[in-house]
Design a protein around this ligand. Structure first.
Ligand SMILES: *Cc1c(COP(=O)(O)O)cnc(C)c1O
Length: 437
């Protein structure tokens, strides 16, 4: 079994090459997956997903680990998350609806977002969502009204912007001051929000929340955020005589998309965060709050491989080779949106041909429709070959579109040599369903 082209940090744990050199996922030959489910397909390794959940749960024992559903959510995944003892973070009424349809324990749900509608807030309160993260002064009033109407006291966090700039792509950096999320710490807005929420009997302020960005490798950002958040907990104790019992430090840990990425092991992140919070709390004579974290990408990202079929190979002598596959920016917008880097392999056979750098592009009517830039693939790559792109589990299916009226691919779960669909492929009927002639 040759696994030389499957970098372990990048591929799901059950990915392997068969004796004849074919990629297998969860013990299933990708040629069988393509024959049975078509291409493109997202292939999700259940064992890998569950083991990432348990790794986070164990590393953060004594804390709440909320899987960030926006990375990828469907009812099956919500059930896995519940079964593995994690909590779930949703940020829209749609994500909440999936969680409720899955029967997710409502007290383990957290609902955040910078512009939750009145209807979304009412639905969350009525459903019994465990924690709602307040993001604005308007929302304080709206949520208090919803809780009063429902006759409940709603547990809430306040989202605080700690003024930390995580070293990440600017589109996903949310910790700095100039942004739409949360209450600014530096301007005093966060302290003012605390004053107001403490004056609203329908709301029970149980903690603070922050989220400094996404796809972060450098943990200094998390450390600085933790330091400032504990500082605010101290200020709140000094001003109001209240020690808030919980502190949610958000998500954002990066993953390996290519062998060049080197994410921190979750245990190290957990121990580091805990140590900082304990030290800062000791210095401020505060009881250590119960921690919460919200990993999305770090759980879902590495679990999934997108399987494509090669349609055309266009050689532009002296320029580059364009290999077109049967999906593209509708199933992976991250390359176009964030200039994300990926790797890819020839999946359906072994080749002894020399690799050459090609551009793996999609079938959409945009020249920016590129899935992988400059990836070395066998020079004899030909129409009909299957190509696999790993690390496609987070922000792929959840950000997929119907651009060019391309039906969105299915999500196929592999485990122990068998495969099943958990989100089916869209059909042309699905595309026409909303069309009123
Ligand atoms: C997006 C988001 C997350 C998850 O981020 P990842 O980078 O996927 O870990 C967690 N919390 C909040 C508030 C978010 O907006």
């Amino acid at each position: 079994m040759s696994v030389t082209d499957l970098e372990p940090a990048v591929w799901p744990m059950t990915a392997a090459r068969s004796a004849e050199g074919v990629l297998t996922l969860g013990g299933v030959d990708v040629r069988d997956l393509a024959a049975q489910f078509g291409t493109p397909s997202y292939v999700l390794d259940e064992v890998d997903f569950r083991s990432r959940c348990t790794a986070w749960r164990d590393a953060f024992s004594g804390a709440d680990v909320y899987y960030a559903g926006k990375a990828f959510l469907c009812t099956t995944v919500a059930r896995w998350v519940a079964e593995e003892g994690l909590s779930l973070d949703v940020c829209t009424g749609g994500e909440l609806a999936v969680a409720l349809a899955a029967g997710f324990p409502v007290e383990r749900l957290l609902f955040h977002g910078n512009n939750k509608s009145v209807a979304e807030l009412a639905r969350a309160v009525d459903a019994g969502v465990g924690r709602i993260v307040i993001d604005s002064f308007e929302e304080l009033v709206r949520l208090a009204a919803a809780a009063e109407r429902a006759g409940v006291r709603q547990a809430v966090y306040l989202r605080v912007t700690p003024g930390v700039e995580a070293h990440t792509h600017e589109y996903v950096a949310t910790g700095q001051e100039d942004q739409k999320f949360g209450f600014s710490l530096a301007s005093g807005a966060a302290a003012e929000a605390v004053r107001r929420v403490l004056g609203l009997p329908a709301l029970e302020l149980v903690g603070l929340h922050c989220h400094i960005g996404s796809h972060i490798f450098d943990t200094r950002g998390f450390s600085l955020a933790a330091h400032r958040m504990v500082g605010l907990l101290g200020d709140i104790r000094d001003e109001h005589g209240v020690e808030l019992p919980e502190l949610d430090l958000g998500g954002g840990l990066g993953i390996a998309y290519t062998a060049a990425d080197d994410p921190m092991p979750v245990k190290e992140v957990a121990d580091g965060l805990r140590a900082i919070v304990e030290r800062e709390c000791a210095a401020a004579s505060l009881a250590v709050p119960r921690l919460a974290v919200e990993p999305g990408r770090a759980i879902a990202g590495p679990t999934t491989v997108t399987l494509y079929e090669v349609g055309t190979v266009k050689d532009l002598p002296g320029l580059r080779t364009y290999v077109s596959i049967d999906g593209g920016m509708s199933d992976n917008i991250r390359t176009a949106l964030y200039d994300a880097r990926y790797t890819a392999v020839l999946a359906s056979r072994r080749s002894t041909a020399e690799p050459r750098n090609v551009t793996l592009c999609g079938k959409h009517c945009e020249s920016g429709d590129i899935v992988v830039h400059d990836v070395p693939l066998a020079a004899d790559l030909a129409p009909g070959d299957l190509v696999a792109v790993p690390a496609s589990g987070a922000y792929h299916r959840s950000m997929a579109s119907n651009y060019n009226h391309v039906p969105r691919p299915p999500v196929v779960v592999v485990r122990d040599g068998s495969a099943r669909v958990i989100v089916r492929r869209e059909t042309e009927d699905d595309l026409l369903r909303l069309d009123i002639p």
